[in-house]
Design a protein around this ligand. Structure first.
Ligand code: ADP
Ligand code: MG
Length: 246
């Protein structure tokens, strides 16, 4: 066999995985009397696996998760209020195909960010386009795009994502102007793409977050319309080791 030509062809076709493994694999195939078809299939499978893995890694990097938190690490027995079955169903990503939202409300430490990231990771693994934002960074970016005169392009690019995660809405209140930008974003994604949003504030207090009751209820309306809301009232996992006697 002309190894040099083989090498050239595989490079030209960017079949790098096959280039790396075909010699070993063909020796194995000869020993195990693998058919030509099965041998070819095996090489292609390895090449495809590498491609999928790369695409997932890229999606994970782009998503910008602040930490890696997996669903497998979530202790549902600690937070029995959370409907485990529903969370697991959501992890199958059907909600993304239906452009539905997930709303996680509750006090600090109950696992809102953990669940948001965990579902986000499932989405990235399902090769969806995901971005993780804190509400603070998202609103900062919206405000600076507006100043720079490219708000529409920014909104469009956020609207094209399969899943937008907005964490920690409510720790800071927004100016009326920023609240309007947030409203525009939610409107753009409405019935078009999923949002996962977490907040430590119940809906009744969203008027304070947005400095405007009308805008707040318009935002809540759109977010809730096709959504899975979770109202978590459990204990803080962060304090788990302090309240052993409770
Ligand atoms: P929140 O966003 O609601 O304030 P986090 O999701 O940040 O809370 O949770 C706080 C910490 O506790 C994180 O390190 C998270 O991984 C962990 N944690 C919270 N709930 C659970 C749980 N039920 N099982 C395992 N770890 C949890
Ligand atoms: Mg959090």
């Amino acid at each position: 066999m002309d190894a040099e030509r083989m090498d050239d062809y595989l490079k030209t076709l960017s079949l790098h995985k096959i280039r790396e493994i075909y010699k070993d694999e063909s020796e194995k195939a000869a020993k195990t009397k693998l058919s030509y078809q099965d041998f070819l299939l095996k090489l292609l499978e390895q090449q495809i696996l590498t491609k999928v893995e790369r695409s997932i890694n890229r999606k994970m990097q782009i998503a910008g998760f602040p930490k890696i938190k997996r669903l497998e690490e979530f202790d549902f027995s600690f937070q029995p209020q959370i409907n485990e079955k529903l969370i697991r169903e959501l992890a199958s990503l059907e909600f993304i195909n239906q452009a539905k939202n997930i709303i996680l409300l509750g006090p600090p430490g109950v696992g809102k960010t953990h669940l948001a990231i965990a579902i986000g990771i499932k989405a990235a693994e399902g090769r969806k386009r995901v971005l993780f934002y804190t509400a603070e960074r998202l609103t900062e970016e919206l405000a600076s795009s507006e100043i720079a005169g490219n708000l529409n392009a920014k909104l469009e690019s956020l609207a094209r994502l399969d899943l937008l995660i907005i964490d920690e809405l409510g720790y800071l209140s927004l100016s009326k102007q920023t609240a309007k930008l947030f409203f525009q974003l939610v409107t753009k994604r409405y019935e078009r793409g999923s949002i996962i949003i977490t907040s430590n504030k119940p809906f009744e207090e969203w008027g304070e977050i947005f400095n405007d009751d009308v805008v707040a209820s318009a935002i809540i309306d759109r977010l809730l319309h096709h959504s899975y809301p979770f109202f978590i009232n459990g204990k803080s996992f962060r304090l788990k080791f302090m309240n052993k006697s409770d």
